[in-house]
Design a protein around this ligand. Structure first.
Ligand SMILES: [Ca+2]
Ligand SMILES: [Ca+2]
Length: 366
């Protein structure tokens, strides 16, 4: 059983015994003093991705297919398009999004979504052009990612002129260890859809493999961090390295079981830098180094679904270890899907409850 103390009206609920597992360090209760929470919008439906745009607007996907710009002050939604062939079922639908790094000159919007073809579900990565207040000229960059009711990923992130795409195992555990499959991977392509010459395998978009269902991706401190849903144990935070195998389905979390040790030794398995048992359903990630919340400097911020909290993962100076974990807003707003840090240090959150989903903004009350 979990027990709680309500510490303030708008702030957090402190969890006294959230993490009883010996496999995961006990969470440090967050101190929400000085944090204002404001509901900017409560009429969203399964918002999925939240990214800060160069137009100083939030850009948002909703799983049913809608892409919008959202005023970060008022929460007013300005829809751009509802993509007509999005197939929303189970965990699938319109998922990740990224904007071209030179957006003012090259107004490309990259999205990943599930759709139906020949009686089956697939995911694809499509590039749109932002023009005349809508998204036009869809151009498919990557197709035939298997999709299913569960485990479809997918976050998109552009780093160093390459587009990274997380994919889930699509409910088929043979996919992640199979290099010929696009599933259970973190993929890397050029912004025109071609395969980078320096990918691990010539002609293949696979950058790393052995993933179950990664739904968080952020680049900071020269590192690519990803959150990944575990099964009934071992949600993970991984640092993604070129060509490495992250173990699923042979390894859960770290290489500590007898059969895991053997597989890990034979396959040079990359182990998570942090993990949770019981699981919390790790989702959207961002990196905080702003001054609005000094207590969050040099931290990953993570939205969690089952955990229904904002997690702060304080990193060490090198960024290769999680030094402490704090939780905020536990069960106050339901499931949290994504977190977005704005350049001014404000933090935006979206919920994933299915109706009356919220966009929240955290600002300093000091
Ligand atoms: Ca793993
Ligand atoms: Ca293990």
């Amino acid at each position: 059983m979990k027990s709680f103390i309500l510490t303030s009206v708008s702030a957090l609920i402190v969890c006294l015994s959230c993490s009883n597992s010996p496999k995961s360090r006990e969470d440090v209760p967050g101190n929400a003093a000085g944090i204002n929470v404001k509901v900017l919008n409560d009429e969203l439906r399964f918002p999925w991705e939240l990214v800060w745009g160069p137009d100083k607007m939030l850009w948002m996907t909703e799983r049913g297919g809608r892409v919008s710009r959202v005023d970060p002050a008022s929460g007013k939604v300005y829809p751009l398009i509802t993509i007509s062939d999005v197939y929303e079922k189970g965990e699938g639908g319109l998922l990740g999004m990224a904007l071209h790094p030179n957006f003012s000159k090259t107004p490309y919007v990259y999205v990943e979504y599930d759709y139906r073809k020949d009686g089956s579900s697939f995911g694809k990565v499509v590039r749109y052009t932002y023009k005349n207040n809508t998204l036009t000229e869809p151009h498919t960059l990557l197709d035939n990612i298997a999709a299913a009711n569960i485990h479809n990923g997918s976050r998109l992130l552009i780093v160093g002129g390459k587009l990274y795409i997380t994919t889930g195992d699509a409910s088929n555990q043979s996919n992640p260890q199979k290099l010929s499959s696009l599933n259970g991977k973190i993929l890397r392509i050029n912004l025109d859809g071609s395969i980078p010459a320096d990918n691990p395998t010539k002609g293949s978009p696979v950058w790393s493999y052995g993933h179950r269902n990664p739904q968080g991706l952020v680049y900071a401190k020269g590192k690519l961090y990803s959150s990944e849903h575990g099964p009934d144990t071992d949600d993970e935070i991984n640092i993604i390295h070129k060509g490495r195998n992250y173990g699923w389905p042979k390894v859960r979390g770290v290489c500590d079981e007898a059969d895991e040790k053997e597989f890990c030794a034979a396959n040079n398995i990359a182990q998570p830098i942090y993990r949770w048992t019981p699981t919390i359903a790790t989702c959207g990630l961002d990196y905080y180094n702003g001054s609005l919340f000094p207590q969050w400097k040099n931290s990953l911020l993570m939205a969690t679904l089952k955990g229904s909290s904002l997690y702060q993962l304080k990193l060490n100076a090198a960024g290769d270890k999680v030094e402490s974990v704090s939780t905020y807003f536990r069960f106050e707003h339901g499931r949290l899907r994504d977190v977005c840090v704005a350049p001014d240090g404000k933090v935006y959150l979206i919920t994933s409850n299915g109706s009356n989903d919220k966009l929240l903004v955290l600002s300093s009350s000091k």
